[in-house]
Write a protein that binds this ligand. Structure first.
Ligand SMILES: Nc1ncnc2c1ncn2[C@@H]1O[C@H](COP(=O)(O)OP(=O)(O)OP(=O)(O)O)[C@@H](O)[C@H]1O
Ligand SMILES: [Mg+2]
Length: 615
């Protein structure tokens, strides 16, 4: 690899289902193709006995390695094991997760031969990020170090910091986190540059998340007016809805009551889901599609003709939810729909015609389709990463959750309301907090939360710490002042002091602090394991090519014997057997270790040498 004068910053759209990576070089956008030539890489990791496969390779092996193939990790990142969403999703996943007792976080249980290994969701994201770092480094010819990574607008603090930790773990140096719709707006705004102020609604419907943002764009200034959405609504839900309907129709037509979600039907479930995914996409262009699902029946013969209208009927409630959220976004931004100048679509699910029609009817105007919904977010992030001083992009963002502390009744006392402009550098927010009326206490425990519920127990705990209380003071005068600052990456800093300025060091809520040093050690060893496995993978590929060429040599020896008879019929038969056995071995052993390959090479060489002597 060469050392360039200036290393470029890459933009990464780390999606629930697809990950896309881009860069801006000499004012040109490059979306990096992966090793198979695709411009997006599936966000999937598959652990086999000897390898860790990522992206298309993992996707290809998924059906043969169901329990050890991990997808949807973005739906788990930064959540606790007993989070309602985790518990609900768990029933649809075919890999195993369990609670890690110290951190209360979910962990994937991976079988590597006889060994069991455990991975946190952040580690799966980290492997994906390592992969796209490699793709970009290979393309640019140097080791890429810095990245702008996008997250859904309403990812909370834990989800953002977990994503950042995943990137650090993947070996990135400088990392900036921005919101996906903001990145899409940058890509759109710079492509459609205008000095006139425009209000733009970004409708970003991806694989696992749904976001709506309204921005004011003027030149290179991007001001977020509002963001809302559903961190758990995406194309995956539509595929699941169709899969459920296929099972329902099958049971009705065949007078059966099979629960295909049970583990014993794992293969049928996956196969049906894949067919549903294909059909869903097809119906975005075709009016009707044919689903051949005869493997559900022992005697075969089960298929469905599905029209676009039928599919739309099945998913009506989901589509309506999206439109309702547009209304909420407009209300939050205090705008009428007529005031929106442009509507921009991002995310693969926004390709569905019904969704486009509903948006069109709602606003009564054309939707802008000038940006590629699969690549716009990565491209916008790349723009932001490669700003030169004379080419400033200004982003004014807002908080998507209120931040506050718990009062003596367990209620949330809001300090920074949702929708506050960030960064908040100089704008100090002080909060006066009275002690509960009981005996004097030396230290007071402050708990900082984010969320919109009146009671803190329903919100998300960001941090807790204690501050000392001045002894001489009377209890009613014991006031704690809390100052909250938020930087441009939404990283929160809390400072607390009593009225006597018994100052405590500021607490930065950046690290999720849920991991022990021991966890971090495991993270590092997993990352190292992947690096070593990648090196070994290259050696395995070389070894397999050697096996193929040696076997070819053997075949030639067998064929050349047709003209003269150097070998007896018995010997020829033995050679033919070795040739066939080796071919079968190559087919069956996609997951062979380097050791297995080398012993196969030795075995072949031995046979070939033996026969060569006779030549
Ligand atoms: N032509 C199409 N019609 C309908 N759905 C589509 C089409 N193309 C892609 N999709 C769906 O789009 C989703 C993937 O979109 P995208 O790549 O934008 O999501 P993501 O970035 O992986 O997820 P997220 O942004 O939610 O984290 C998948 O659910 C896929 O089935
Ligand atoms: Mg996306």
């Amino acid at each position: 690899m060469t050392t360039p004068r200036e290393k470029l910053v890459i933009g990464i759209d780390l999606g629930t289902t697809q990950t896309c990576v881009a860069v801006i070089r000499n004012n040109h956008t490059i979306v990096f193709p992966n090793e198979q030539g695709y411009f997006t890489t599936p966000t999937i990791v598959s652990f086999t006995k000897n390898q860790i496969l990522i992206g298309n390779a993992a996707e290809n092996i998924k059906s043969r390695n169901i329990e050890n193939t991990i997808y949807d990790s973005k739906r788990l990142i930064g959540r606790d094991y007993y989070d309602q969403i985790v518990q609900k999703d768990k029933q649809y996943w075919k890999f195993k997760i369990e609670e890690e007792p110290n951190s209360k976080r979910p962990q994937y249980i991976i079988k590597k031969g006889n060994k069991i290994d455990k991975y946190f969701p952040e580690e799966i994201s980290s492997l994906i990020l390592q992969k796209v770092k490699q793709i970009s480094s290979d393309y640019l010819g140097y080791d890429v170090e810095d990245a702008v990574i996008t997250v859904p607008a309403h990812f909370n603090n834990a989800q953002r910091t977990a994503t950042k930790e995943a990137a650090i773990n993947a070996g990135f140096n400088k990392i900036r986190i921005i919101n996906e719709p903001t990145a899409a707006a940058i890509a759109y705004g710079l492509d459609n540059f205008s000095d006139q102020e425009r209000k733009v609604l970004i409708f970003d419907f991806g694989g696992g998340t749904f976001d709506i943002s309204i921005l004011k764009i003027k030149g290179k200034k991007f001001e977020v007016l509002t963001s809302c959405g559903d961190s758990h609504l995406g194309g995956e839900d539509l595929t699941l809805r169709l899969t459920e309907n296929i099972f329902k129709q099958f049971n009705e037509e065949n007078n059966k009551q099979i629960d295909f979600f049970k583990p014993e039907y794992i293969n049928k479930f996956y196969k049906t889901r894949n067919i549903a995914e294909r059909a869903k996409k097809e119906l975005s262009t075709a009016l009707e599609t044919f689903l051949d699902i005869d493997f559900l029946n022992n005697d075969g013969n089960f298929f469905i003709n599905l029209t676009r209208g039928q599919f739309e009927g099945m998913c009506e409630d989901i589509f309506e939810k999206c439109i309702l959220l547009i209304g909420k976004a407009l209300k939050d931004a205090k705008l009428k729909k007529e005031e929106i100048n442009d509507i921009v679509l991002a995310g693969g699910t926004s390709r569905i015609p019904k969704i486009q029609n509903m948006i069109h009817n709602y606003f009564g105007k054309e939707i802008k389709k000038t940006i590629n919904p699969d690549e716009a977010i990565a491209v916008g992030a790349a723009y932001l990463g490669n700003i030169k001083d004379n080419n400033i992009i200004e982003i004014i963002d807002i908080t998507n959750y209120s931040i506050g502390i718990e009062d003596h009744e367990g209620k949330m006392q809001i300090i920074v309301p949702r929708g506050t402009l960030i960064p908040q550098k100089d704008k100090k927010t002080f909060f006066k907090f009275f002690m509960p009326k009981h005996d004097y206490i030396k230290r007071y425990n402050v708990k900082v939360y984010e969320g919109e519920n009146v009671y803190v127990k329903n919100n998300h705990l960001l941090e807790q710490f204690s501050v000392s209380v001045e002894e001489k003071k009377k209890k009613e005068e014991n006031i704690i002042k809390i100052k909250i600052e938020i930087d441009k990456d939404s990283i929160i800093k809390v400072t607390a002091m009593t009225n006597d300025i018994v100052s405590e060091p500021p607490i930065t809520i950046e690290k999720s602090k849920l991991y022990t040093e021991e966890d971090m050690k495991t993270f590092r060893s997993h990352a190292q394991e992947f690096k070593e496995k990648e090196k070994e993978k290259t050696k395995i590929i070389v070894a397999k090519e050697k096996i193929v060429s040696l076997n070819e040599e053997l075949r030639k020896s067998i064929n050349s014997n047709d003209s003269g008879s150097k070998f007896s019929r018995n010997e020829i038969q033995k050679m033919q057997n070795i040739y066939n056995k080796t071919n079968k071995w190559l087919n069956d052993n996609y997951d062979s270790s380097l050791e297995d390959c080398n012993s196969k090479i030795n075995e072949l060489l031995k046979s070939i040498n033996e026969y060569n002597k006779k030549k």
